[in-house]
Design a protein around this ligand. Structure first.
Ligand code: ATP
Length: 544
């Protein structure tokens, strides 16, 4: 991960230089106007001024105030761009790593958790950069530069600020923590209320039948009350924080003035002129904003640390060993499973001592009780998992070592449900593989009986795919077209008619039979067995 960060820094050296220059300019532009104001006021009070320098100072004062907004905007933009470059680099590296992870990783990690890693954790890392570390450094330098100028103008006020600032920072953090906790509680309460709504709508008849209205009213009451209480706490903190800071600011200024006039020695320390009082008031006001921001930045850094830990774990995952690809031997049997055993993780084996040899052109139906491991066996055949014992061979090769370029010519796999990809209808069949020709697609669609349906679409095969374009049965036909389009030697059908009505089922079965012709077919489909016969193999009966 550190490498990704340094590489991004190296690649964007110029951007980094401009960013540092913008941060320095933003600090300088923010600190200078009160000094100019001091000059203007002191010149006016002393009465010994000439118009030209005073006018120049006035113009410079307004220009710097206006310019400070522009420089700040530039600084924020550059920080955001830089943060996005880092997240882009990180997400690209994560995508590459995801590609190298073994299928077992996806067994032990929920899809939602992986998505959250890519979205939320990377976003918090971006926050660490743009509203965390960089902003914190910029704010710390702003405070430091103000303190330097304040010490230069008034030693007494400088000391006073050094005593008060840590106390005000602790106070700021106290309020921020309370507000964040209240906001978190509110989010949880709102989430619970939102979860309750679909549950209520879904069960509305049961609720009325069982007369559970009172119970539900109480549940809604509890979550809404919790949200209301949390908002009250947040609003209370918000409403008293600003007055406390403004009062502190006023107290510091009053204290400074009272001390400076109380004795000649103190007046020397505080060293006041009317102009410096005006400038110091401006500085005291300006110092609170970065102080407040630093509190939030600490918060962002804390939450990013947890995200960094998860990202580090992700990059530490062992990757799949890259082995030399094997070339299928056309003379070997399409499938040989020899005494295979398999279990997910450390759990008990799902099947053991399973052997099967399938000859070219043979039709085999895998049966077994539910949970016996039929779909799992297909995943072993496809090379997604390795058997714990024994071996699986496809045309004499380890299926996990088949070169990606030949995989679709060896296997065609149809699952219980159609999984669409983004793109056109044609992309659903070709999977954006440039080797799939228009002719091959037409042939596959004719085979499954979907050609006319696709031609009737507004832009034919180039119509952007939407699920509502096809019925469930037609989607399964599209799956079969996808599986056969590269003319594979082996077809694997995993209960593809499981969720279909009988009319659609017979349509899909017809397509299946057409696709199965002259190919080696393994299916988990009793209906196909009934329709076409073949050999029946039972899995899960030989368990020890
Ligand atoms: N990713 C996974 N992680 C852990 N266990 C799994 C995973 N996938 C499947 N299993 C378990 O493995 C066993 C076999 O599942 P599989 O889907 O292969 O059975 P099946 O014979 O196809 O069942 P069915 O006929 O009900 O579809 C089940 O007990 C299932 O809970």
């Amino acid at each position: 991960m550190r490498n990704i960060f340094w590489q991004t820094l190296k690649k964007n050296g110029l951007l980094l230089v401009i960013l540092i220059a913008a941060i320095i300019a933003s600090i300088a532009v923010g600190v200078t106007p009160p000094l100019i104001l001091q000059y203007i006021v002191d010149s006016l009070v002393s009465g010994s001024f000439s118009a030209y320098p005073l006018l120049t100072a006035g113009i410079l004062y307004f220009a710097l105030n206006a310019g400070s907004g522009l420089v700040d905007a530039l600084k924020e933009t550059l920080i955001t761009v830089f943060g996005q470059k880092i997240t882009h680099g990180l997400r690209s590296a994560m995508c590459q790593r995801l590609d190298e992870l073994p299928a077992a990783y996806f067994v032990s990690h929920e899809a939602g958790a992986v998505t959250s890693l890519f979205v939320n954790d990377v976003d918090t890392l971006e926050n660490l950069f743009d509203s965390g570390v960089v902003s914190m450094i910029a704010d710390a330098f702003t405070i430091l530069s103000i303190l330097v100028v304040v010490f230069h103008l008034s030693l007494g006020l400088g000391i006073l600020l050094c005593i008060c600032l840590p106390l005000l920072f602790i106070l700021t953090r106290y309020f921020q923590k309370r507000m964040l906790q209240a906001q978190r509680d509110n989010r949880i309460a709102v989430g619970r209320t939102n979860e309750l709504i679909p549950e209520t709508v879904h069960n509305i008849r049961t609720i009325h039948t069982c007369q559970q209205e009172r119970y539900l009213r109480q549940r809604y009451g509890r979550t809404i009350r919790a949200s209301f209480d949390a908002m009250e706490r947040s609003n209370f903190c918000d409403s008293i924080y600003s007055p406390i800071i403004i009062t502190s600011c006023t107290v510091i200024i009053c204290l400074m003035m009272a001390l400076s006039v109380s004795s000649p020695s103190l007046q020397e320390i505080f060293g006041m002129t009317v102009g410096s009082v005006v400038a110091l008031i401006a500085y005291v006001r300006r110092i609170f904003s970065p102080l407040e921001s630093i509190g939030m930045e600490i918060q962002n850094i804390q939450s990013a640390v947890a995200g960094i830990g998860r990202l580090k774990d992700f990059f530490a995952e062992p990757i799949q060993e890259r082995k030399e690809p094997e070339v299928p031997d056309a003379a070997a049997a399409p499938l040989v499973i020899d005494d295979a055993a398999f279990g997910y993780g450390r759990e008990k084996d799902i099947f053991r001592h399973f052997s099967l040899t399938v000859a070219a052109g043979e039709m085999v139906t895998i049966t077994g009780r539910t949970g016996a491991g039929k779909s799992t066996l297909f995943k072993l055949i496809l090379g997604l998992y390795q058997p714990r014992e024994g071996q699986v061979r496809i045309f004499g090769c380890d299926p996990s070592r088949l070169a990606p370029a030949v995989r679709r010519q060896v296997f065609g796999y149809v699952e219980q449900q159609f999984h669409a990809i983004s793109g056109t209808v044609a992309d659903q069949i070709s999977l954006k593989d440039p080797r799939v020709t228009a002719g091959a697609m037409e042939k596959a669609l004719h085979l499954v009986g979907l050609w006319d349906t696709c031609c009737a679409l507004p832009q034919g095969l180039d119509t952007p795919f939407r699920p509502e374009l096809f019925s469930r049965g037609q989607s399964q036909l599209l799956s079969i077209a996808r599986a056969v389009v590269m003319n594979p030697q082996i077809l694997l059908f995993d209960e593809i008619t499981a969720n279909l009505d009988s009319l659609t089922e017979s349509q899909v079965l017809q397509a299946l039979q057409a696709a199965a012709k002259d190919r080696t077919v393994l299916s988990i489909s009793h209906r196909l067995y009934e329709a076409q016969g073949g050999r029946r193999v039972v899995i899960g009966e030989t368990e020890a």
